[in-house]
Design a binder for this molecule. Structure first.
Ligand SMILES: [Zn+2]
Length: 419
């Protein structure tokens, strides 16, 4: 397998126009002495909603790398794929996020469960994990339960991994396994035994995406209990380090945080926890570069602002259709949305203040922001006009894209500085 550096960040780009501006943020971090590996990711869902193909992401990444003279590693992530959806990504991706959340709770065979639990008997009792204060109490019954819940999902990850490695060769890609779209967060013990099962199945997992406590919604800050998150995050770091050694998993095994953009409240917590133990991280963002494009257009006034207003008017009327693929990852209170007529009366600054994610700005409206976020396919429906506007406002938009990634995400999370 290919290895992934300690810090990496997934960047999405709905329309594939901002690769250079995104990569400049990684260059800026590198100038400050922090190497972060860029990973361009786009899921099947996003491709199908706007009619792009996996090879478009590869082209964008390669072009940006060439134009910026980037000499370090970079990857193209087939995000949230399974056996049924991976094939179109095989040629262009070298990072695969194998999503097995839907397989959680399906039954593995009795033999598989018996073999696994017999192997894991050695952990029954008080399991001490360095970095976790209290030993985890592991019982045979708990092992049975974990096997019943997760073993089939891990086997599925193995099937997808072997399908990919059979087509591409083992050493040509990075493997991530994601459980983040599960219905409940995994406990540290569950994560430990999931990693054990992945190792038994010879899946060389480089990054694992658990479901964390609280809500990770698209494009807005974390909703949940900060202390509980901090505890789970630190525990998970400890579990990964211990499991890596115990099971001979790839060195540098690290957590992947999905829907990780805009979680401004969590970055200082995550930075401290990683620094304390020297851990790495993959942060996967949620395609919010698209919002920076809309912010740039609105800020420009004139045609750009008119487009942004028309987009909102149509999105407001098509809420049910636009929200449907995202219902579990958005929380829009429709009563809190401005009417399109009100938005039509806004000046450029009013639109930008409502949309840009500055929690200290009293005019910021997280419902409006989420509504615009899910309306990217409306821009895809009038693509020539949209692309022409992006072109006409290129430098302004690139400045927004860069600042969002570098100042608001990389600085607090990876550099540990205040933007
Ligand atoms: Zn995810």
């Amino acid at each position: 397998m290919r290895s992934l550096s300690k810090f990496s960040m997934g960047v999405g780009d709905r329309f594939g126009m901002e690769g250079v501006a995104q990569l400049r943020a990684f260059l800026a971090a590198r100038e400050r002495g922090v190497n972060i590996t860029p990973v361009w990711n786009k899921s099947n869902r996003e491709h199908s909603l706007i009619g792009t193909r996996p090879e478009d992401v590869r082209t964008e990444a390669d072009t940006a790398v060439e134009r910026c003279g980037w000499e370090d590693d970079y990857f193209v992530d087939a995000d949230h794929i399974g056996l049924g959806s991976v094939d179109p990504f095989l040629a262009s991706s070298d990072f695969f996020t194998i999503d097995v959340a839907d397989a959680i709770g399906q039954a593995a065979s009795d033999e598989a469960i018996a073999g696994y639990t017999a192997d894991m008997q050695r952990f029954v009792g008080a399991l001490r994990i360095p970095g976790i204060a209290e030993p985890l109490a592991v019982t045979s019954a708990a092992l049975q339960e974990i096997a019943a819940k997760y073993l089939f999902a891990v086997e599925e990850a193995g099937r997808v991994y072997r399908h990919i490695s059979g087509m591409k060769g083992e050493s040509s890609f990075v493997t991530e396994v994601s459980f983040d779209e599960a219905s409940t967060p995994q406990t540290p013990a569950e994560l430990f035994f999931i990693l054990a099962a992945l190792a038994r199945d010879a899946v060389p997992v480089a990054t694992v995406a658990p479901k964390f406590t609280g809500e990770f919604l698209k494009g807005i800050d974390y909703v949940g209990d900060f202390a509980r998150f901090a505890q789970q995050f630190a525990d998970d770091l400890a579990v990964l380090a211990f499991a890596q050694k115990s099971f001979g998993l790839p060195e540098g095994l690290k957590l992947s945080v999905h829907s990780g953009s805009d979680k401004f409240s969590l970055y200082p917590i995550m930075h401290r926890a990683m620094k304390q133990v020297g851990a790495g991280l993959h942060l996967k963002t949620a395609g919010t570069t698209w919002l920076e494009e809309v912010i740039g257009l609105a800020a420009a006034g004139g045609d750009g602002l008119a487009f942004a207003k028309a987009l909102y008017r149509e999105a407001y009327g098509r809420y049910d259709e636009l929200g449907k693929p995202y219902l579990t990852v958005i929380a829009i209170n429709r009563q809190a949305l401005p009417t399109p007529a009100a938005v039509d009366g806004w000046a450029a600054k009013d639109y930008v203040d409502a949309l840009a994610h500055d929690p200290t700005c009293p005019r910021f409206n997280s419902h409006f922001r989420q509504m615009v976020h899910i309306s990217f396919r409306l821009a895809a429906e009038r693509l020539p006009q949209y692309l022409a506007l992006l072109q006409a406002n290129r430098s302004r938009i690139e400045a927004h894209v860069f600042d969002n990634i570098y100042q608001r995400h990389m600085q607090p999370l990876f550099l540990g500085t205040v933007p």
